[in-house]
Design a binder for this molecule. Structure first.
Ligand code: MN
Ligand code: MN
Length: 364
């Protein structure tokens, strides 16, 4: 068994007569190496304190699971078969009983909870999420390699986007150019829908690209990421078209100083909350405090948002092997917004910045 499965088995050994029923694609991938989006169908990985794990997946996915290296048992089912009956038969065959079932509380649907309850009446429920979160928190060498590649490609994507700016080009056209060029480079997927916003629309931290066209004097904000072998990057850069006003320069400079202060705060044994506070105090001192409306960053890995959360009240300590974003922003309605986002890996000596596209104010 791989070390990740062993760690989960070891944790289960603290709970008599138990097994884990893992259903999120991200955790199934982390534990098995097999990525599957099953849509509405059931995907599950059953892990036991002793004995081999078993994967439950649609029949048509079995070959892909094998190619991904899954060497243990698979319970496959087709669309006319009830997977719960198959699971029941498998567990009976192995004489597996359970007093306790560990599930991902925030992922398992109520319908599936009812199915499991019917198979195991009177069982105790345990949340496996914190254990899995702690395992995924510290990235190993192979994960770091993928995250570095994803960060390099994100830099490349920004370069492509910035090069394509000209007055009149629309947000969606810039998205299309970026994704077309990335596909030609062999990128299979984006971490999330690519964001390109222009003008005052950049003041919406979660704005959606549309047919708005770039005009002289606009901020243009790119927020994007790519997936490499299951691992995500996430980068934001903001540039200006042709001419920048004094206030645009002030906002940009403030966000850049805030971001650098947060990166500098990434020292081992610092509380994660101190990183948020470092950025926030720069922005507050410049008078833009009310316009920085979100936490400074989030963990990054198999999911584009994962543990840890870099909000001001998080007193968890920085540990080598963590990977997260640092992305302060100032969003002023009518003027626009600036966000600068990098991916950071925590090392023994501090924060290593994985994304490297220039952060000087670029005027295109
Ligand atoms: Mn982002
Ligand atoms: Mn982000």
């Amino acid at each position: 068994m791989n070390q990740r499965l062993k760690s989960l088995s070891l944790w289960l050994q603290h709970h008599d007569d138990s097994f884990a029923f893992i259903t999120s694609s991200a955790n199934v991938f982390y534990l098995s190496g097999f990525w599957c989006d099953p849509h509405e169908r059931l995907l599950a990985l059953l892990v036991f304190p002793d004995g081999e794990p078993v994967l439950v997946c649609p029949q048509m996915e079995i070959a892909r699971a094998r190619r991904a290296g899954w060497g243990y048992a698979v319970i496959g089912y087709d669309d006319s078969t009830d997977p719960w009956e198959e699971i029941h038969r498998h567990l009976q065959g192995r004489a597996i009983t359970a007093n306790t079932i560990a599930v991902e509380k925030s992922h398992l649907s109520f319908a599936r909870f009812e199915q499991l309850s019917a198979l195991f009446p009177n069982v105790q429920w345990l949340d496996a999420e914190e254990t899995l979160r702690q395992l995924r928190l510290i990235k190993d060498e192979q994960e770091m390699k993928r995250l570095r590649q994803a960060a390099e490609l994100a830099d490349r994507a920004i370069e492509i986007g910035v090069s394509a700016i000209r007055p009149g080009v629309t947000e969606l056209e810039l998205v299309a150019v970026i994704e077309y060029e990335l596909k030609k480079l062999g990128v299979e997927g984006m971490s999330f829908p690519t964001t390109v916003l222009t003008g005052a629309r950049t003041a919406d931290p979660h704005g959606v690209p549309g047919s708005a066209a770039v005009a002289s004097g606009d901020f243009i904000l790119f927020d994007l990421g790519v997936i490499v072998d299951g691992y995500c990057s996430d980068i934001t850069r903001t540039v200006v078209c042709q001419t920048a006003s004094d206030e645009q320069r002030l906002i940009y400079d403030t966000v850049l100083r805030a971001q650098q202060a947060a990166i500098d705060a990434c020292r081992p044994q610092t509380a994660l909350g101190a990183i948020d506070r470092a950025a926030r105090s720069v922005i507050e001192q410049a008078g833009y405090g009310p316009y920085f409306t979100h936490r400074v960053g989030h963990g990054l890995g198999i999911e584009v948002h994962e543990h840890p959360s870099l909000h001001g009240a998080n007193e968890e300590l920085l540990v080598p092997g963590m990977v997260f974003t640092i992305e302060p922003g100032i969003y002023v309605p009518a003027i626009g917004g600036v966000r600068i986002e990098d991916d950071i890996a925590v090392t023994d000596s501090g924060g290593e910045v994985l994304t490297s596209f220039s952060k000087e104010l670029i005027i295109v």
